[in-house]
Structures are given as C-alpha cells and as structure tokens.
Design a protein around this ligand. Sequence first.
Ligand SMILES: [Zn+2]
Length: 135
Amino acid sequence: MTGTEMRQFPAQLEEIGHARRFAGGVVAGHPAADDVVLAVSELAANAVEHTAAGRHDSFEVRITHLADAVLVEVHDHGGAGAPRLGAAGSEATRGRGLFLVDHLSRGWGVTRRPDHTGVWCEIGCTCAAPVPAAA
Ligand SMILES: [Zn+2]
C-alpha cells in the first residue's frame, strides 16, 4: 500500500461492513491490519451515528501508510453530540465513544467544523519506513 487510499460510503449502518472490507483490502498483509480494520470499523460506526440525516449523507474513509504508522481518517458531516458553537476539541471528542481507538492507536484527534467532523488516528508500525533509521 502506497499513498492514500480513500473511499466514500453512504452514511448507513450496513455501510460500516463495507468500510471494514475496504480497509481490510487496503491493509491486507500489513502487520497491524487487524487494528487498522478495527479502528476503521469504530470510526465508521461513529460517523454513521453522528452524521446529520438529510444533509450530506456520506462519510469518507482515508488510509495512508506513513513512514512508521498507518494513518486512518474518517470524515463525516455530523456534529459530535449536542452542537455547541465555539467549543474546542475536547467537546468534540466527548460522546464519540473513541475508547477503542484510543486503545489501538498511538495518537488520535478530532477536527471539527459546524458541518464536518474528521477523526484521525495513527496505528504505529515498523514495516515500511522509506528511509530506515541508522540506529
Ligand atoms: Zn506499516
């Protein structure tokens, strides 16, 4: 896997399985494949749950192999629980049930605008550093 693989899915419950299979195909053979697929599954479920129905009913999964991690991003058009304008990141994370993602990843975060939420996480790996460290 090189570069970024991305795909859009309708924001419906049955699409979580499709997102999961998409992720499984992207990271097939990767040592952290199981964790990546779990993270995608969790973030996709989150996106579907929080996408505002009737607006932009889709979410997008992006998977990028970094030098020492797999970056998973899921973007959707929903808010993060009760909308609260002007609230910062910590508000956005609450209510999104990201405990599993927190456990799986070495780092994660949320970017939020009124009509868009992106959640990313990085799952560390050592398999494909383009420039191997001397040490
Ligand atoms: Zn890797």
